[in-house]
Structure formats: C-alpha cells, structure tokens
Ligand binder design. Sequence first.
Ligand code: NDP
Length: 448
Amino acid sequence: MDRNRMIEPLYSDVLRRNPGEKEFHQAVREVLESLAPVLERHPEYAEASIVERLCEPERQLVFRVPWADDAGRIHVNRGFRVEFNSALGPYKGGLRFHPSVNLGIVKFLGFEQTLKNALTGKPIGGGKGGSDFDPKGRSDAEVMRFCQSFMTELYRHLGEYTDIPAGDIGVGVREIGYLFGQYRRITNRYESGVLTGKGVGWGGAQARSEATGYGLVVFTAEMLRARGEDLAGKRVTVSGSGNVALHAIEKAHQLGASVIACSDSTGYVLDEKGVDLELLKEIKLEQRGRVADYAEQRGGAARFVPGSSIWEVSCQVALPCATQNELAADDAVSLVRGGVQVIAEGANMPTTPDALRVLREAGVLFGPGKAANAGGVATSALEMQQNASRDSWTFSHTEERLTEIMQHIHETCHETAERYGQPGDYVAGANIAGFELVADAMVAQGLI
Ligand code: NDP
C-alpha cells in the first residue's frame, strides 16, 4: 500500500479529534512519518488499531487550582495530568509549571514520554502534567501554597503502582518537596515511590538532578563515536540555563569539550574561554539570577547578547536544552553555516520540522529528545527501584547505571534504523524502537 495512504487517514483523525493542539499534532506527525515501514511489516499492529489507540490518552485530567498569595489575594490556575499509556508500567512523566502550559502541550509531552520511557527498557508507562502557574517571582510560601493546592486534587490519581510524577520546567526539588509533603499528609502514607526527583536526604536518588544533562552528553558522545569521532576538543553551545542545561555543560566539560555559550528567555551569553560553571550555578541556583548577571559577574570574559538566538554562535555541537520549538529553520541554516556536526535534543521537541529538514539535507547528525534526554526518566526509574527496596545507591553507582542505559538506548536506535534501511537516522530509530516496544505490549494485553 502507498505509504501516505496508510499514514494520512491516521493523522487526519488526530487533527479532527484534537483541534487547536498544534504541539500535539506536531509530535504525532513526526512519529507517524517514521511508522509506515513498521506498519507494512507488522499487519497485526494495524489489525489491533495500535496507532489509533496510542494517539488517544488513556485518561485526561483537568482541574482547578485555587491558592492565596502573600497579600491574601486569591488566584486560580489550571492543573493538568494526562495519563497517556500504561502498557509497559505505571504512568510516569514530569510536571511543568509555566504560563504557556495547556492541554495540547501536556498531551504532546505525554505522547513523547510514552515512547521515551519504552526506550529506557524500564517498566514505566507514559504521562505528563503541570499547570499554567508561573513560579517566577513568587515567594517560597506562595509556591508551597500552590503546590499544596495542586496536590490536594491530584493525589487521588497517583500511587506508586498507578502514576508517578517528577519535575520538568519550573518544577525542581523545592516543588517536589512541597508536593510530596502534601501527598504524605493527605494519605497518611510515606509512599516514597509516588514522586521522583526528591531530595537525596528523603528518598531521592543520587545523580537524578544531573541525569538528563549527563545522559544527553553521553548520548552525543556515542553518536560521535559511531562515526569514529570524539567529543573532546569540540566547541559546544547549550541553550537554556536550567536543570538540563547546567548538567549538560558540566558533563561536556568533564568529557573535554568546551561549552562557549548558554542562554535563557532574555538572550544568550558568549564566553569564548568556556563557561565558568561554578559561577553559573551560583547565579542560577543560589541567586535565582539570569544569564545577564553571569556576564556582569564574569567581568570582560563574557558578553551578554539580549534578545538574540544562541544558534547564531558557530559551534560543532549544539544542545538545545530550553523548550519546544526553540530551534527554527533559520537557526538551523545559521548552525549549518557555522559548521555544526551534531545536534542532540536535551529539551522535548526543541527542533521544528522545517529545521529538521534543513539539518537532514546538510547531513548533520541528529539525536531526538525521546532518546537523547531519556536519562532523566531512566534515573527516576532507578529512584523508584531504590525506594521499593528501601535502599540508596552511591552517586558513582547510579551514574554508571545511567551511562549503561544511555549507551543501550543509543545502540537500540542505531540498530533499529539500520534494520529498517535508514542507517544513521536516529529519529526513525527512536520512533520505531519505542513504538515496537509499546505496540507489542498492547497487542499482548488485548483490547483495553
Ligand atoms: P528548567 O525550568 O530548569 O529550565 C528551563 C530553561 O529553559 C531556563 O533557562 C529557561 O529560561 C529556558 N526557557 C524556558 N522557556 C524558554 C523560552 N520560551 N525561550 C528561551 N528559553 C526558555 O527546566 P529543565 O531544564 O528541567 O527542562 C528543560 C527542557 O528539558 C524542557 O523541554 C523539559 O521538558 C526537558 N526535559 C527535562 C527533564 C528533566 O529531568 N528536568 C527530562 C527530560 C526533558 P528562563 O528562566 O528565562 O525561563
């Protein structure tokens, strides 16, 4: 059968059933484009309507979150949890607190998460959640009251065998602490495995904060190695300066590369001598400052460029670690002109479809987020494992496990792309391998 005739009706159905959810459409489209050869080879998937079922979340929750600010004023935000697919295990995926959050964004993230979690080889299904609440500029007490109100509704849907949230944009260990405290209070259960990304002193895994950024760089190094090259000595740019970006910078430096630029939503900072990570961490984590403050405190060595795209900086390796659709076609053109060899996604879906086309035509190695940034959720699964056995592992043991998992994910994507006649295409490799794992479990478990 003509490949388009196989995929187009499935995609049209997704458009019709989910109007206006453009990020969700984009995420589904990219996966469907990889799946035609799989559906040809496996008629049992079409017979069981696996794609149609995969594109429809098992459950979608939308709820009111009222909270009071420090002046006693009442605010109302909207909370979301999309329990996407539990064929491989309980729903697992982060919570995002950012004003841009809406149902379509949560669905795109939950859809990606389902395939990503499958790639980790861990027994976890896919989900995602969050709120349009903006923690920026809010006091600790306000963030606490918001988290308590959010959990007062969400707790009834969670459980270590049901649904296990973690952090994402705007949700770090502080927010996970407030959420966990409220869950514990309401349920009267110290159920460590119900949230991951906890503080190390109260059930959190060593290396969980580092895991997404570290794993991303391990995956990037593996991609280069498969081409007979080395990350050491490469000039790297990293967008964002949050959890993923900071730890990607740290691991890139450990492996001998030089990160010369990073950013936030106000612009980017260029530091030709290599980003001073201690200073950047101090500013972002202790002072809750901006990259502009970094340039100021670094003296003459660094320059802040307001309102511009970091992708105008020439580099050999680019790691988008901020947010979705942050790397557009014109950015891809600049990167190619600047000699980029590898791009790997720390963020979820940071590269637009047009940008991806530019990179493919230019022969740039490309690591998609659902494979390259899977180290965070994989380490969350290790946290659940430690919680279940009342154990805690050392940093180095956990990091070793993380490295093995990332190498395995790389191998799986690489091998799957070859098996389907598309060597070196990690997008196809990740989409197909993740899909096959979920699809096989869904077929085996019957019509549920
Ligand atoms: P953080 O909140 O810690 O950091 C986000 C960073 O991205 C900040 O520097 C922020 O800048 C910047 N940013 C956000 N929105 C924009 C925007 N519209 N334009 C430019 N910069 C922006 O989040 P994380 O580091 O945890 O997450 C980053 C990405 O990685 C997300 O896509 C997330 O889904 C993905 N991810 C995260 C995982 C994790 O373990 N945390 C796991 C897997 C993927 P500013 O402060 O100015 O807003």
